[in-house]
Design a protein around this ligand. Structure first.
Ligand code: ATP
Length: 408
């Protein structure tokens, strides 16, 4: 043990009295079973930082599921067990959820393979975690309730404001930790420890091995914390983009990312951010395809390919509409901003405001036989309204008489 500090004052100051009582009760049940039990993870870090966090994670040196059952038998509520490896969620009678796990060791026989897991002690359990500041534990057994266990100098790193991994293979074992490191650094305003930074840079190419959905999920979390742009820049300094896209965004790409974020009506979510940052990269569509996980993303890529190579010179809106009516607002707005075609923005804006002055019913009343001609006529009318060539229903009906005549 490197620090024998007690977290009790922080716990009393920050946790609701009912939570503190609950932790004491859990500690007493553990004592009866002779099990060491600890509060771990983000909540310990946040208690030390005086940041709000009520996410209670417990580990026991022993059978986590049996322990969870004993807790529910004594205190009520229900438990749900998750996997074969001693993980349970206890739903308290007050309907709060508390995770209880068995201390375990995970080791990787080869990078990329799933880890081998076995039961172990607290130190080993903490060692498999990501950063020193997330590897602090607090004892909640009656004896020494509130004692901090700090095997990896996590408290020191909190003081020094450093993100530090626990062992040199950490990023190789799980490259998503590179993104987690950036997220925590930005959240707390910390820096990477020097060795951590070097190892993150070395491991950046390993990010090609994690799934696109996992990668995007991490970007999403950065986004939720309002740090997508600063996070993407940090990842750039670590060589992540060069490794994934063989392209380093230019000053202009970064500028566009912040501008597009402000101008788009859609939210600047991670896929769009990648889109903006890498639209100049060689084989852009091919590279981005891996990250296009939704139908909307795939559609956007396809639309972009068309729009990008499409000769969209300025012309009357009705002509543009003839060619672009099927394209989504988002694709058109992106093309307007990234390909510098502002008239597309104008087209989208006008298009959004138009309500057709006639409908199928009006066409039928005019004696036009239902068929494909309906959509063609309505499309023409839409174009004329776009150009302000037709402004009222009366004008529309007059136009229809002539158009119907021609259509016959
Ligand atoms: P937050 O405040 O974002 O909830 P947290 O520290 O609780 O932060 P979680 O993502 O909820 O973060 O993870 C809980 C704990 O599990 C972390 O504190 C960390 O110790 C561990 N952990 C999570 N993901 C990893 C990972 N990829 N590698 C190692 N340890 C991890």
């Amino acid at each position: 043990l490197t620090a024998k500090d007690s977290l009790l004052p922080h716990m009393k100051a920050s946790l609701p009295a009912s939570t503190l009582t609950l932790l004491k009760q859990i500690g007493e049940i553990a004592d009866e079973l002779d099990l060491p039990v600890y509060l771990i993870g983000g909540i310990v870090r946040d208690l030390l930082l005086k940041r709000q966090n009520e996410d209670i994670d417990l580990v026991v040196e022993g059978d986590g599921i049996a322990f969870a059952e004993a807790i529910a038998a004594k205190l009520g509520g229900s438990i749900k067990t998750h996997d074969t490896f001693g993980t349970a969620t206890w739903t308290t009678p007050a309907d709060e959820k508390i995770d209880i796990v068995t201390c375990r060791t995970e080791y990787y026989e080869a990078p990329g393979l799933l880890p081998v897991v076995r039961a172990s002690n607290l130190r080993e359990d903490l060692r498999r975690r990501d950063f020193t500041i997330n590897a602090l534990a607090v004892k909640i057994n009656k004896e020494n309730f509130g004692q901090i266990l700090d095997f990896f100098q996590g408290q020191n790193d909190l003081k020094q404001r450093k993100i530090r991994i626990l062992h040199t293979l950490s990023f190789v074992e799980d490259p998503t930790r590179i993104l987690r490191a950036v997220r925590f650094a930005l959240r707390f305003g910390y820096q990477f420890d020097e060795q951590t930074e070097r190892l993150a840079k070395n491991a950046a190419p390993m990010l090609t091995q994690i799934s696109a959905s996992r990668f995007l999920r991490e970007l999403e979390l950065l986004h939720e914390e309002q740090h997508l742009l600063s996070g993407a820049k940090w990842l750039d300094r670590l060589g992540v983009w060069e490794a994934l896209f063989a392209y380093q965004p230019t000053a202009n790409d970064w500028k566009q990312l912040s501008e597009v974020g402000e101008q788009l009506e859609a939210e600047m979510e991670p896929f769009l951010a990648l889109f903006v940052l890498f639209h100049q990269a060689d084989n852009f569509e091919q590279k981005l395809q891996r990250y296009a996980l939704t139908i909307a993303d795939m559609k956007l890529l396809g639309e972009w390919t068309h729009l990008h190579s499409f000769d969209t010179r300025e012309k009357p809106l009705r002509e543009l509409h003839g060619e672009l009516s099927h394209f989504s607002d988002l694709a058109l707005q992106l093309s307007a901003l990234l390909d510098n075609k502002p008239f597309l923005l104008d087209y989208v804006k006008k298009r959004q405001k138009i309500t057709l002055l006639l409908n199928g019913h009006d066409l039928r009343k005019q004696g036009i036989k239902p068929g494909p001609v309906y959509s063609s006529l309505l499309q023409q009318l839409f174009g004329l309204q776009l150009d302000n060539a037709i402004r009222t229903r009366q004008e529309a009906l007059e136009w229809l008489k002539q158009a119907a005549h021609k259509a016959e």
